[in-house]
Structure formats: structure tokens, C-alpha cells
Write a protein that binds this ligand. Structure first.
Ligand SMILES: *Cc1c(COP(=O)(O)O)cnc(C)c1O
Length: 362
């Protein structure tokens, strides 16, 4: 039986990509805000319903540049239920992450943010998880009350809308990842989306070595997106609606086969979301279901199905911290030990999904 991976990168038609990159042999303009880059930027603004966007070589560097562009210092309240990138970007930008526990839906628990605010707090860096979104309204209220900046790690939330509004219009800046494993990709890539156009010069300088004409304004990094990656993005964007629709069909079949099973919790979604079906996480309660997350993952692996313990381990267990900080956020710790992301990608076959669910439920 063939192996089923947890994800599979979407690909445009081979000829389509070749056609898209053809003129690069004429122009020899391979990176630094070329034609493909500029076109992709414009098309993404429209698709994502955001007023401003800047493209990057990956999501991580974009997030780092967002923190630097807002000139954040001191403490940033964030969540440990995320990919290593979120915390690493905070530390690399010279700030201290302060971990807040998560709510039932894996996003930051907004009832626990205020007790963590000190005079050193400069921002909240929250994460939209699995395509579900944070309580953006509660976060906005807290941020306003305490004069804090808000950044969203929206790596999981490409194309998600909330009450008809692009999710990346919430907060000061949202980061998207266009990594090969994400719903939309440019092989490697990322973006920052934001409402306030006056942030653009600072973001661009942070991305481009701190250069400003003939002056060097700051210790910027190099985060530019090259033309071949932008071309891949232009191709993938033409097919994105079909891709998301196909993911939705897979999602629906999982829901049908797994909902109502005692001991399994499926992804709780906030009301008013237009989903992107990025992931299919299942939370296992061994005491009720009979099998633990790790036992199910092993059973699937034996049968050629690769599921992902995601997010595991918690980023607060990073060995560079003076101690394992996971104990500070018991709920995130519990989710991290018991959640499993099942295979999810466009054109994942119904027979494969049925096989996966049968293995789990047997
Ligand atoms: C993928 C991801 C990132 C990092 O994005 P890259 O493009 O791989 O650098 C950051 N945060 C989360 C939540 C992610 O899933």
C-alpha cells in the first residue's frame, strides 16, 4: 500500500511554471523587486483583502522584520502552542517572550493576557492556529487599553476571512508563510500584511540590509523574495480556490467519519470564519477513547500513514531557556501531548481518508 504523507505540496502545471519563468532568461532580473515579485504583491493584496503587503524569502524572517519594524523592546506576550519560529523571532529581535496559556480552540487565552502585562510589555504576538483564528476582538480591546502593539503569526491562516474581512487586516502586522507545506506557497516565502502604509519604509529597510538610498539606517537583514519563488506564487495563486475547495471536501469527509466519537475532539472553529482547511487536528483523550495520541500515531505509521505531532514539543521547552517553561501553560502542554494532525492536502483521496479513519477507530 502506498504511503500517505501528512501533507503534499501543491504544484502548478509544469508547462505553466516554465512559461511563467521564460522571460527571466531575457531580463536576467532574478531578484530584488522584479516584475514577478511586484505582480505577486499586487495580486496577493487583492486576494487577501489587505491594503499593504511586502514579500519575503520566508515567513520567519518576515516575522523577525515585523518585530524590528515596530521597534518593539522588552516583553512580548505570546503563546507556546506554535511553531519554533514565533518564539525564535522574538528572541532574535532582542525581546523576551512571556508565555500565555491557550483556550479550548488552541489560540491564546485572552482572559489570561492582562495578568501577564508589566511595565516592560510592548506587544502581543498571537498565533492563528490550524486555520482557526484568535479572538481578534478581545485582543484588540486589551491592546488598546494598555497601548500595546499586536502582531499575528498568520502562517496557518492564508485566505481566511472573518465576517467578510481579510484576517490579516487585524492587529498592526500579520505574518504569512508561503512555505512549500502551506495552503499557498512560493516554495519558500512569506509576507507581512498591514493597514498602516507609513510602516512600509521601516519594513522595507529591515528586509534590505537597513539601506535607505545612499544611507544605512539600521542593522537590517536580507529577506527578499526572488523571481523564481514569486513566479511559483503567481502560478499557485491561479489555482488557489480549487485547492482550498478540494481541501474542504477532505475536511468534510473527516468530519463525517470522526465526529461524535467519544474521546475525540475535532477542531473548534470561531463563528463567522471563511475557512482555508489548512490542517486536520484531532485531540485524543486516552481515558475515554482507549488509545493515546502516540499510540494512534504509531499505528498509523505501521500502516504507511504519516501523521504529525503538531505542535510538539512546546516551544517553551527550548533548551536555551534557563528551565523548561512548559509548566507555565498547562493547557498548551496537554494539547501538545494529545493532538495529532492527520494527512490534509488538496486532492487527498476519499478512499485514503476512509482508510485513515478506519485505522484510528479500529
Ligand atoms: C510555517 C510557520 C512559520 C514559519 O514560516 P517559514 O516560512 O517556514 O519560515 C511560523 N509560524 C507558524 C505557526 C508556522 O506554521
Amino acid at each position: 500500500m502506498s504511503q500517505i504523507n501528512v501533507t503534499r505540496s501543491s504544484m502548478p502545471y509544469y508547462e505553466e511554471y516554465c512559461e511563467e519563468i521564460k522571460d527571466l532568461w531575457e531580463s536576467r532580473w532574478l531578484t530584488n523587486m522584479g516584475v514577478k515579485h511586484n505582480r505577486l504583491k499586487g495580486e496577493l493584496c487583492e486576494y487577501l483583502k489587505v491594503p499593504n503587503t511586502e514579500l519575503f524569502c520566508n515567513g520567519h524572517i518576515a516575522l523577525y522584520c515585523a518585530i524590528k519594524a515596530l521597534r518593539l523592546t522588552g516583553e512580548i506576550i505570546t503563546t507556546p502552542f506554535t511553531f519554533a519560529s514565533t518564539t525564535n523571532a522574538i528572541v532574535q529581535a532582542g525581546c523576551t517572550p512571556v508565555f500565555c496559556d491557550v483556550a479550548d480552540d488552541y489560540t491564546i487565552d485572552t482572559t489570561k493576557i492582562e495578568e501577564l502585562i508589566t511595565e516592560r510589555t510592548s506587544a502581543i504576538l498571537a498565533v492563528h492556529v490550524y486555520g482557526n483564528i484568535c479572538d481578534v476582538e478581545a485582543i484588540e480591546k486589551i491592546a488598546k487599553k494598555h497601548s500595546l502593539r499586536v502582531i499575528y503569526d498568520a502562517a496557518h491562516a492564508f485566505g481566511v476571512e472573518y465576517r467578510g474581512r481579510g484576517i490579516c487586516t487585524y492587529g498592526d502586522i500579520s505574518m504569512l508563510s508561503f512555505h512549500a507545506t502551506k495552503v499557498f506557497h512560493t516554495i519558500e516565502g512569506g509576507a507581512l500584511c498591514y493597514n498602516d502604509a507609513s510602516l512600509t519604509p521601516e519594513i522595507v529597510k529591515q528586509r534590505g540590509f537597513g539601506l535607505n538610498g545612499e544611507e544605512i539606517d539600521c542593522f537590517g537583514t536580507n529577506g527578499k523574495m526572488n523571481e523564481f519563488c514569486a513566479a511559483m506564487g503567481l502560478c499557485n495563486l491561479r489555482h488557489i480556490d480549487d485547492e482550498i475547495k478540494s481541501r474542504g471536501e477532505a475536511y468534510e469527509l473527516y468530519e463525517k467519519l470522526l465526529s461524535g466519537v467519544n474521546g475525540l475532539t475535532l477542531l473548534p472553529l470561531r463563528d463567522g470564519i471563511k475557512q482555508n482547511f489548512a490542517y486536520y487536528p484531532v485531540l485524543f483523550d486516552k481515558a475515554v477513547f482507549g488509545k493515546s495520541r502516540d499510540e494512534v500515531a504509531a499505528l498509523l505509521a505501521e500502516n504507511g500513514v504519516v501523521a504529525r505531532k503538531y505542535f510538539y514539543p512546546l516551544v517553551s521547552s527550548n533548551k536555551e531557556f534557563s528551565e523548561d517553561l512548559s509548566y507555565l501553560t498547562p493547557r498548551a502542554e496537554e494539547f501538545s501531548k494529545n493532538v495529532l494532525c492527520l494527512p490534509m492536502y488538496a486532492h487527498l483521496g476519499a478512499a485514503d481518508i476512509e482508510r485513515i479513519c478506519k485505522i484510528i477507530l479500529e
